[in-house]
Each structure stands twice: as C-alpha cells, then as structure tokens.
Design a protein around this ligand. Structure first.
Ligand code: GDP
Ligand code: CA
Length: 319
C-alpha cells in the first residue's frame, strides 16, 4: 500500500508519526508532500520550517514542548546576532538548527534543488517517510496586512511570529506559485497512491500553498486513490497554533465543517472524498463528503495511529 500525505509543519509532523506507526503494522510506504510556503531567507541562510518540523519530529530530534526546532537547543548565535542588532531579531534561530540551515544553504548555492537537499538531510534523520517539498521552486506565502508602517505585503513568518497574526489582514498571496512546478516525484506519488491523506494541518497556510502549485491540485483530483481529509479543528478551536486567525482572513468559520467545506468534494471541484472529524464534532455534515467521527487529539503516537486507522477505514468504506 502506498500512502501520500499532504502536510504542513507541526500538525503534519505529528500526524505523520501516526501514519508511520500504522504503516509499520500494515506494511505501507509513505510519501509526505510538504508545504514550502513558510520558507524564508534569514541571516543569509534558507529556513524551511515545515520540512524541518517533519524531519526533526520523525527523526526523534524535535523539541516536544515548542513543537518546532531541535530538542536540547541552545541560542548563542541568536543572542550574538541580537547584540549586533542584526535583523530579524524576532526569529528564533537555534544553534543546532542553524547547522541544518547552513548545510541546506550550501547545497542550494551549489545548485542542488530543495528536493535533493531534503533527501541529503534526511540521510541523517532517517524519518522512515519519503519527504518531498511540494515544489523546488520559490513559493512563499505573504500576507497583505495593515502594519505599523502602513499596508503592505509581509512574509508569512513575519506576520506569524513577529505580529502574532494580530494585524488586520486582507489576504494571503502565494508568491511565485504561478510558475512553480511540482518537485520531482510528487506527481508520480499522487498517480501511484493507494490512499491520499490530507493531514490536520493549517488549511489556509499549509495545505493551500501545496495545492497552489500548478498541476499538483489537478494530479490530486485525478488520482485513482481515495482522498481523505482529517480535521485540524476540534469543537470550533484550532488545537495548537492560530489557524482560527488564518481561517478568518479567508472568511471560513473555524469549525470542522468550515474546513471541510473549504476543501470540498472531489466530485464537485474540491479535493476530498471523505473527511474525518473529532468525536465532539459528530454529526458534522459537508456536502458531497462521507464524514465520520473519531478521536482526533494527537496526544501520542498510539492515539494518532488509531486516528490514521480510522481514516484508512473510512477510505475503504467509501470504496
Ligand atoms: P505548522 O505549519 O507548524 O503551523 O503546522 P501545520 O499546519 O501542519 O498544523 C497546524 C495545525 O494543526 C493547527 O492549526 C491545528 O489546527 C492542527 N492540530 C494541531 N494539533 C492537533 C491535534 O492534536 N489534532 C488535530 N486534529 N489537529 C491538530
Ligand atoms: Ca508552517
């Protein structure tokens, strides 16, 4: 069985732990297609927050409290940069993490595409999942917002980390998306999949930028495999993070149904066939989708593997 998972950072990473545990039981191989919209240049190095969250989490090296970056991190470089007044001072650049960015930047500068760089970094972390960036091309999420210095577009990282998503925001733009191509392996993975899962990731700034890569959304809608989404919203609340702020920008209610409706049914121009919501959202309805409820709190690997088993079951139930 071949499973493809569309994933963002923390939610995607935790979900993939469960997919990997489930796959070990049933003998499946997993390809994760990961968002690159958060990627940015900071202090001259290329940062790929979502790819790194997934890589560190699956590699057993992520900080479990923070949810991003390395466990046992130190911050010497960050404080030294701040002592120089080197911007951006709001960005958390850990010492261990920096080594990853240095290796990546060196390889990118030598001409390797991000997909090859990711594969090289994964040789160390052995995530047990094939990690593919959605695209090797530059695709960056920017927010058009009212900032202290006026209305302008700002990189998603700055909007999220520096402004805490607390500035009036008109919309998100996926800069570069029009000319981006799916990374090598992405289209083949979707075409050859037996099951596609949309992780409980932020629908607006993690999943949407993946789908914004021309050809990728078409490959998903044309895939022979069933596509099952897992709700990132439980009982009207984003479990971790600020998905509510992002959903508000696109005018979608912060509910399991709201997100299901945003994704929509494949038969009606959307991307899903079936949708898993939390037990507390039992009774949720989304036009065109087979909806089922199961516990969706990713408290540990076992609970998350049970969630994945429920998604696999739902895919089978709808044929
Ligand atoms: P990011 O890129 O690091 O922001 O991470 P993702 O986009 O992959 O995932 C963030 C989203 O995951 C959050 O907005 C939550 O809605 C969702 N999430 C986090 N923890 C859980 C959980 O335990 N269960 C479910 N169903 N969703 C979760
Ligand atoms: Ca992210």
């Amino acid at each position: 069985m071949r499973i493809v998972v569309l994933a963002g950072g923390i939610g995607g990473a935790r979900f993939l732990l469960g997919v990997r545990a489930h796959a070990a039981e049933v003998g499946a191989d997993i390809t994760a297609v990961v968002n690159v919209g958060d990627d940015a240049w900071m202090h001259g190095v290329r940062i790929c927050p979502d790819l790194d969250s997934v890589m560190y989490t699956l590699g057993g090296a992520a900080d479990p409290e923070r949810g991003w970056g390395r466990a046992g991190e130190s911050w010497t470089v960050k404080s030294e940069l701040a002592a120089y007044g080197a911007e951006p001072t709001w960005f958390g650049l850990g010492d261990k993490d920096l080594a990853t960015h240095l290796v990546r930047t060196r390889m990118l500068n030598a001409g390797y595409p991000l997909s090859a760089v990711t594969e090289a970094l994964c040789a160390r972390w052995q995530p047990g999942v094939r990690l593919l960036p959605a695209t090797d091309d530059r695709l960056e999420t920017h927010a058009v917002a009212e900032l202290p210095d006026g209305r302008r577009a700002v990189h998603f990282q700055e909007w999220w980390v520096r402004y805490r998503a607390e500035v009036p925001t008109e919309r998100f733009v996926f800069v570069g998306a029009e000319s981006a191509k799916p990374a090598p392996g992405v289209l083949d993975a979707l075409a050859g999949a037996d099951l596609v899962l949309v992780a409980p990731s932020n629908p607006v700034v993690s999943i949407a930028p993946i789908l914004a890569v021309p050809g990728l959304r078409d490959a998903l809608t044309a895939a022979a495999a069933p596509v099952v989404g897992v709700s990132p919203i439980i009982g009207g609340a984003p479990v971790r993070g600020m998905a509510d702020k992002c959903l508000a920008v696109v005018g979608v209610p912060c509910t399991a149904e709201g997100v299901g409706g945003l994704y929509g049914a494949r038969a009606e121009g959307g991307i899903l066939d079936a949708y898993l919501v939390d037990s507390s959202d039992e009774g949720a309805r989304v036009p065109g989708l087979a909806v089922r409820a199961a516990p969706l709190w990713m408290t540990d690997e076992r609970a998350t593997a049970a969630m994945v088993a429920a998604a696999v079951d739902l895919a089978g139930a709808r044929g």
